[in-house]
Write a protein that binds this ligand. Structure first.
Ligand SMILES: [Zn+2]
Length: 501
């Protein structure tokens, strides 16, 4: 009896963090042991991968389309805290998006090695942005992830047995400070790290649980490294990642640590001084918003209309602040967006919270309703704090907004391969066309990759008999319609230079 009590007491007295530490140590032993893990702190991994992004399909509720990821590799020197990651996303109905991310103790930056989308711009990564990126890269490499967990061990918690993908695993949690807390699941027999779970807030889907599952562990230089990682957003398979080649070697990254010749940091001074550009009477362009997407707005006699809602709440907050500064006494009554793709619709909830009427296409009504109802409990946004039903109006082919002085015309030009429903915005008086994803102008003004979307835009503008002087893109600076037409006509359909976004 007394013995039983003593046992219970010892169980109760066992600190959860000690048991977490024991499991973490067992996990480290299973991957090769602390000494070997430390000796293997430089890695280069070449991947083969396909993503299935839910927010890039032609219709919001259709089956995902595969997006192959090429030139995909990650190089980490964990001891030296140097990280290089490269990948090209080959969207089947847009142009390819290449990026290289570099973080060292001295600097952090992102460039587009192809130049297609960002030209030769350099995006600086300041310290607060670096942490989450580094942590996400560590998630690719279990042995470095576990080494990382040895650092601030005070946030380690033992969670006991937990169900993970239908099986029972032993779990610990860890507060990484970024996407925290993350849960790690260990195989109860082998103690191999089976996967992780962390919470994320997607601007469209709301609270999202991200799950990574490692499998097919192999030996590389005395440590165990998975051959596969699958990433889920809730129950939705977001990406399949194959570890094609793993070497314990960082040397290939050395030449990539500096900003390459010909690349220049984005100019900030003039931009910060003039974030609102007037393109005509009452017609404005916001081209310095965080994230680099463009928004236009129109000042009508007693209200404002906003065109395009990129990325997330933070971008919309920045846009609304600039709009209210420019037009202090008029409410945002209408908001519209080109197409539902999450990078173009992610800022919509902020406008719904503001009470703006959403102008969209019939097929996206349900999308807007779903988005407005998504759960944002982890980090309540403006709409979660003051929930309201969205007011939605749709257009089939065309709708004109005018107060007699200023006019903007909305045209639905879909179906196109990129999206079944796509709105373009035309200002007849100013002869300006504002659109998304149908131009191919890089952020530095070149048209390097002509894609099918560009030819479609030329055809649609001709069919609709729009008289365009200036083409403004959600991506890319203004170009003359003449220059755009000439560039597209130089690369006819089927020619080899054509590239995908
Ligand atoms: Zn798109």
């Amino acid at each position: 009896m007394a013995q039983g009590v003593a046992q219970d007491e010892s169980k109760a007295a066992a600190k959860p963090d000690e048991r977490a530490r024991q499991l973490l140590d067992a996990g480290i032993a299973a991957l090769g042991g602390l000494e070997r893990l430390r000796a293997a702190s430089s890695v280069m991994i070449n991947y083969r991968s396909v993503q299935h992004p839910p927010g890039q399909t032609p219709v919001f509720n259709s089956a995902p389309i595969d997006t192959p990821v090429t030139n995909y590799r990650t190089m980490i020197d964990y001891a030296g805290q140097r990280y290089v990651s490269e990948a090209t996303l080959n969207f089947p109905t847009a142009y390819s998006l290449a990026n290289r991310t570099v973080i060292t103790p001295q600097r952090g930056f992102i460039i587009d090695p192809s130049g297609t989308r960002l030209g030769n711009l350099v995006t600086s990564l300041l310290a607060p942005a670096q942490g989450p990126i580094k942590f996400n890269l560590l998630l690719e490499v279990p042995h470095l992830l576990l080494l990382n967990m040895l650092q601030p061990a005070d946030t380690l918690r033992f969670l006991g047995e937990q169900n993970f993908g239908g099986h029972t695993y032993e779990a610990i949690s860890f507060d990484a400070g970024n996407n925290a807390p993350i849960k790690l699941f260990f195989d109860p027999q082998t103690k191999l790290l089976a996967g992780y779970q962390l919470n994320n807030v997607n601007p469209v889907l709301g609270d999202t649980q991200i799950t990574g599952i490692y499998s097919d562990y192999q030996g590389v230089g005395g440590v165990r490294v998975p051959k596969k990682r699958r990433i889920y957003w809730n129950d939705y398979l977001f990406a399949d990642v194959d570890y094609e080649r793993v070497t314990l070697d960082f040397s290939a990254a050395e030449s990539l640590l500096d900003i390459p010749a010909g690349y220049a940091p984005a100019p900030v001074s003039g931009a910060a001084a003039n974030p609102v550009r007037k393109l005509g009477d009452g017609v404005y362009l916001l081209d310095k918003l965080p994230g680099g997407y463009r928004v236009m707005f129109v000042e009508f006699n007693d209200h404002v209309m906003v065109l395009e809602t990129p990325l997330n709440q933070a971008v919309s907050q920045a846009a609304i602040a600039l709009i209210k500064k420019t037009v202090p006494d008029k409410p945002v009554r209408y908001v519209s967006f080109s197409h539902f793709h999450f990078d173009h619709s992610g800022g919509l909830r902020q406008y719904i919270a503001e009470g703006a009427t959403v102008i969209t296409t019939p097929g996206n009504r349900a999308f807007v309703e779903q988005m407005a109802q998504a759960k944002f409990e982890q980090r309540p946004d403006a709409l979660a704090q003051k929930p309201r039903q969205p007011v939605i109006e749709t257009l089939d082919k065309k709708r004109v907004f005018t107060d007699g002085t200023r006019t903007v015309e909305l045209y639905q030009v879909g179906p196109i391969p990129h999206a079944r429903e796509m709105i373009i915005f035309y200002f007849p008086k100013e002869k300006i066309l504002f659109q998304a994803d149908m131009n191919s102008v890089s952020e530095t003004g070149e048209m390097r990759a002509i894609i099918e979307n560009n030819r479609i835009l030329l055809r649609k503008v001709k069919e609709l008999k729009l008289d365009v002087d200036m083409l403004v893109g959600v991506h890319g600076p203004e170009t003359t319609w003449q220059a755009f037409t000439a560039a597209v006509n130089k690369q006819p359909a089927g020619s080899k230079q054509s590239a995908k976004r």
